[in-house]
Design a protein around this ligand. Structure first.
Ligand code: UD1
Length: 429
C-alpha cells in the first residue's frame, strides 16, 4: 500500500450497498506523529511499527529529516525507522507546519534536547481556533522563555526545570508537549487535569520504555521525574480508534456486518454503546469487534468530551448516522466550534440538520439523495463518505486530500466490503 500524496482527488460513491466483510485497522494517526516526535528525545535509532500509510506520516518524516534525522519508512510493512543525531537542528519551518498542525509536537522534544526551538505557528485542520496558550503557559512554568516572532514560536531555556502545571482544559496537544519537556527536565513535574486519551497513554508508554519516569499514566494527574537521558526503542503504535469507530458506523449506517480487526474495543466503549442504543449488535473480541445492524438505526444523542467522553473525531460520522435514523436527536460539540461546518455539506444530501452554537438538531430522514459535496477536514470527509454510502444515486466527495490525512487505503477497503466507490482526479461525467 502506498501513502497517497495529497492530490485533489474525488471519491465517487453510489449508495445502497450493505457493507459485509473484514477490515484491518493500523496504528493511530494521532499517536504515531507524536511517537515520531518523541523519538527525537534519544540519540540513536528508534523504530515504530504498526504505522499507517497516511500523508501526515510523510510530512512528519520530512520535518524530522530537516531537523537532522535520517528517516526511512516501509509503507507496506508499516515500519518507520528514525536515526536521531547527537546534535539536532531546532527549527520547524512554516512550509511543513502549515500542512499539519500536529507538527507543533516537536516543540517539547526540541526544547528538551536543544534548549531552544523555533516552531512555526501551525495551520492544519480547518476546525476552529485551536490555541496554543496551554502549551506556552506550561512551558513557561518549566523555565522556558516563549515569544512569538514573525509567525514563529521562539522558545529558549537555559535549564528546563520540573514544575506543577494545572491545565484549564485537558488538551491532548498541551499534555504531550509538557510530558515531552518534563521527561528530561531537572526535578519533578506534575501535570494536573492532563488528557488521558489512549494516544497519550501510548506516548507515555513509549517514553517509559525509553527510560522516562512517569507515574499516573491513564489518569488525569501525571507525575514525571526528569532523567538525564533516554535511549532509543522499538515501539508498536496503538490502534486507530477513530478509524475503527468509522468502520463501526459504516456497518451500522449501511445495515451491514463488518468485522473490524486490529482495534481495541476498550478504547471505543462509549461510541460502541451509542451504536448499541442505535440498534446495532456488537461482539467485542480480543483483536477487534464485529458490528451488525439489520434495521434502520434509531436516533442517538451525543455530547463530545475529552476521553473517556465521546470523541469529537467521531462526531461527523455519528451525525451522518443520525441523518438517516428513526427519530430526532441533539448533538453537542464542546471541543471545536467550527466542526459543524460539515453539516452544510450534509444538507446538500438532503439531511435535516439545524445548528445553533454548540448544538446540532438532526431529524432523521428515511433516505438521502446523492450530490457533489466538499470535505473540509478529515473527519468531515469521513462523515460525508458514510452518508454517500446510503444516499440514493451518486455522491462525489471533493477534497479527498483531507481524508488521505487520516484514512489509508479507504477506497480499497470500501470496495472489499462491497461498496460501489471509485477515486478519480476529477469526477467522470
Ligand atoms: C488532538 C487530535 C484531534 C482531536 C483532539 C481532541 C492530534 C493530531 N489531533 O488535537 O484529532 O480532535 O485532540 O481529541 O492528535 N486548546 C486551547 N489552548 C491550547 C490547546 C488547546 O485553547 O493550548 C483548545 C483548542 O482550541 C480546542 C481544544 O482545546 O478547542 C482541544 O484541543 P486539544 O485537546 O489540544 O486537541 P489537539 O491536540 O489540537
Amino acid at each position: 500500500m502506498e501513502a497517497h500524496t495529497g492530490d485533489q482527488g474525488v471519491l465517487s460513491l453510489t449508495g445502497g450497498q450493505r457493507l459485509h466483510g473484514s477490515v484491518s485497522v493500523r496504528g493511530a494517526k494521532n499517536s504515531v506523529l507524536k511517537l515520531m516526535a518523541a523519538a527525537l528525545l534519544a540519540p540513536g535509532t528508534s523504530t515504530l511499527t504498526n504505522v499507517p500509510a497516511i500523508v501526515d506520516v510523510e510530512i512528519m518524516a520530512e520535518l524530522l529529516r530537516r531537523l537532522g534525522c535520517t528517516v526511512t519508512w516501509d509503507t507496506a510493512a508499516g515500519v518507520v525507522e528514525i536515526d536521531v543525531p547527537e546534535r539536532l537542528d531546532h527549527r520547524a519551518d512554516y512550509d511543513l507546519v502549515r500542512r499539519m498542525r500536529a507538527s507543533i509536537c516537536v516543540l517539547g522534544p526540541l526544547i528538551s534536547r536543544c534548549g531552544e526551538a523555533d516552531v512555526a505557528m501551525p495551520g492544519g485542520d480547518n476546525i476552529g481556533s485551536r490555541g496554543l496558550d496551554l502549551h506556552i503557559e506550561g512551558l513557561r512554568r518549566m523555565g522556558v522563555d516563549v515569544v512569538n516572532e514573525h509567525g514563529y514560536l521562539v522558545a529558549t531555556s537555559a535549564q528546563l526545570t520540573g514544575a506543577d502545571v494545572w491545565l484549564d482544559f485537558p488538551s491532548v496537544g498541551a499534555t504531550e508537549t509538557l510530558v515531552m519537556a518534563a521527561v528530561l527536565a531537572q526535578g519533578r513535574s506534575t501535570i494536573d487535569n492532563a488528557a488521558r486519551e489512549p494516544e497519550i497513554v501510548d506516548i507515555c508508554s513509549m517514553l517509559i520504555e525509553m527510560g522516562a519516569q512517569i507515574d499516573g499514566v491513564s489518569t488525569s494527574t501525571l507525575v514525571i521525574d526528569g532523567v538525564p537521558e533516554l535511549h532509543p526503542v522499538t515501539h508498536r503504535t496503538v490502534p486507530d480508534r477513530i478509524v475503527a469507530g468509522t468502520w463501526a458506523v459504516a456497518a451500522a449506517i449501511t445495515q451491514g456486518r463488518v468485522e473490524v480487526l486490529g482495534a481495541d474495543p476498550a478504547h471505543l466503549t462509549l461510541a460502541l454503546d451509542k451504536l448499541r442504543s442505535a440498534g446495532a449488535s456488537i461482539e467485542e473480541r480480543s483483536d477487534g469487534f464485529v458490528v451488525e445492524m439489520s434495521d434502520r438505526p434509531r436516533a442517538v444523542d451525543i455530547v463530545t468530551l475529552p476521553y473517556p467522553g465521546f470523541p469529537t473525531d467521531l462526531q461527523p460520522q455519528f451525525i451522518a448516522l443520525n441523518a438517516i435514523a428513526d427519530g430526532a436527536e441533539l448533538v453537542t460539540e464542546t471541543l471545536f466550534e467550527a466542526r459543524f461546518r460539515f453539516v452544510r455539506e450534509l444538507a446538500r444530501l438532503g439531511a435535516d440538520v439545524q445548528t445553533d452554537g454548540h448544538h446540532a438538531l438532526i431529524r432523521g430522514r428515511t433516505s438521502l439523495s446523492g450530490a457533489p459535496v466538499e470535505a473540509t477536514d478529515i473527519r468531515a470527509g469521513a462523515g460525508l463518505v458514510l452518508a454517500g454510502l446510503v444516499a440514493q444515486g451518486r455522491t462525489d466527495v471533493f477534497g479527498v486530500d483531507h481524508i488521505d490525512r487520516g484514512y489509508a487505503g479507504l477506497v480499497e477497503d470500501l470496495q472489499a466490503l462491497g461498496a460501489t466507490v471509485t477515486r478519480t482526479d476529477e469526477p467522470s461525467s
